[in-house]
Design a protein around this ligand. Structure first.
Ligand code: NAP
Length: 417
């Protein structure tokens, strides 16, 4: 295999190291495209190029590995490589989540393979597990911790009492955080991963704008105190959940996690994925979700799979009965708010707990996901904090958007009890 590598940063160098220290597999990185000319490189200058066409137009190169930090340019590189009949491995979740449909079509048209295990939860082999092991079983839920940076920040701020800024700085120094941390801390990165996972787990391609993502930027000491008094930890917990009527609900919101949860002790850069099958029940996978070598190892695993002619089959996507995404569901959340207007903007259909102090007010209750999605900007602008506080989500009445019949509440464990 002759590899043309795009990007020689954290993951690119990780791949280079892992490949050169791998005893069981051989492949050659014959060219490396990077962006900045002034940067010192740890490899021979002959390998380096600043011109993408030197890789894309080289007929000897049969595999392109795309590991750059620019999703738009990555799209142009990946689609051009596919059109030229090259197999592609990428770790870029934003690129994938924004262009899944087009990239799926392109690889079918040009009969090449596009693999992206490293794009979803680093070293955890979730895509291949869904493709190969759970390809026939109907799944009920995939949830977990999909982002190493926010998990690192939450672990350090909650357990070690580090400030948010110091924890973020540490995550960046260790190479877990992206160059621009907005994608991580505002929950875009785990949303992109949830979208990729939803394709393989439920056969549905979802537009990013249809999925609520609320990150951890508005977390306050009061929220941490509330959670620890109740014995919870706070984690950023994406949920992809099947509901009645062949509907799927997907959202990324911080969640209160109980001590009995698989996720409770998943700390720092580690990720955890819970897969719940109709017949197999619950499986839990844990591993490093970020970092140079773990992510490089996931990329290498894809390159190795290519050498065996491996291709995703997208079995659930090509099946007839595709599920439909809905945000018309009721979720149980904790909301820390500031003013009366906040509550008017975010009406709860049921309140199970509330508190009003001098500087700290919260409610815990049931709210429609559509309301949270519509008020996302307001929530962030006014520094409100929302966290999943319950163990159920229920499909709401199609017309009223509320729970028509209390008995219809589907008791579904969002976070492992
Ligand atoms: N870091 C992680 O733990 C992790 C985990 C999972 C997935 N990922 C994904 O892996 C990808 C790479 O992340 P990273 O952390 O390795 O990024 P990074 O350390 O910032 O490195 C980015 C690399 O891309 C190169 N680059 C940028 N634009 C380019 C262009 N137009 N043409 C050629 N090269 C270009 C840069 O060149 P220069 O060296 O010249 O600046 C640099 O070598 C991203 O999609 C990220 O989301 C990262």
């Amino acid at each position: 295999m002759k590899i043309g590598l795009f990007g020689f940063g954290c993951v690119g160098q990780g791949l280079y190291h892992v490949l050169n220290n791998s005893t069981g597999f051989r492949a050659d990185i014959v060219r490396i495209a990077v962006k900045h000319r002034h940067k010192p490189r740890s490899v021979s200058a002959d390998l380096i190029t600043y011109n993408k066409w030197e890789i894309l137009n080289d007929p000897e190169i049969n595999v392109v590995v795309e590991l750059i930090d620019d999703a738009d340019e990555a799209y142009s590189i990946v689609s051009e490589a596919i059109k030229k009949g090259k197999h592609v491995v990428t770790a870029n979740k934003k690129l994938l989540a924004l262009h899944l449909e087009t990239l799926y079509q392109l690889q079918q048209e040009h009969n090449v393979s596009l693999l992206y295990e490293a794009a979803a939860c680093g070293s955890i082999p979730i895509i291949r597990s869904l493709e190969e092991y759970f390809d026939n079983e109907e799944l009920e839920k995939v949830s977990g911790i999909f982002n190493g940076t926010t998990n690192y920040i939450l672990s350090k701020t909650i357990k070690e009492r580090l400030s948010y800024g110091d924890a973020l700085k540490q995550a960046q120094e260790k190479g877990f955080a992206e160059t621009d941390p907005t994608n991580d801390v505002e929950g875009f990165d785990p949303k992109f991963k949830a979208i990729i996972i939803a394709l393989h787990a439920f056969g549905i391609i979802i537009r990013p704008e249809d999925v609520l993502n609320i990150g951890i930027t508005t977390l306050h000491d009061n929220d941490i105190r509330y959670a620890s008094e109740k014995g919870y930890r706070i984690k950023l917990t994406p949920v992809i959940r099947r509901l009645s009527g062949n509907r799927i609900s997907v959202f990324v919101v911080p969640g209160f996690v109980k001590e009995t949860s698989h996720l409770y002790n998943v700390d720092n850069e580690f990720n955890g994925v819970i897969v719940e099958g109709k017949f197999s029940g619950e499986q839990f996978l844990q591993g490093k979700g970020a970092g140079s070598y773990p992510t490089g190892a996931a990329v290498l695993s894809d390159v190795s799979a290519l050498s065996h002619g491996y291709k995703y089959e997208f079995k659930k996507y090509v099946q007839q009965q595709k599920p439909v995404l809905t945000n018309n569901v009721l979720v149980k959340v904790y909301l820390r708010y500031n003013t009366r207007e906040d509550l008017e903007r975010l009406p709860f259909s049921e309140v199970s707990e509330s508190y009003t102090g001098h500087h700290y007010h919260y409610v815990v209750g049931t709210i429609n996901l559509q309301t949270l999605l519509a008020q996302r900007e307001y929530i962030l602008k006014h520094k409100l904090f929302v966290a999943l506080a319950g163990e159920y989500v229920a499909a709401a009445d199609e017309t009223t958007g509320t729970l028509a019949d209390a008995k219809a509440l589907e008791k579904i464990s969002l976070i492992h009890p």
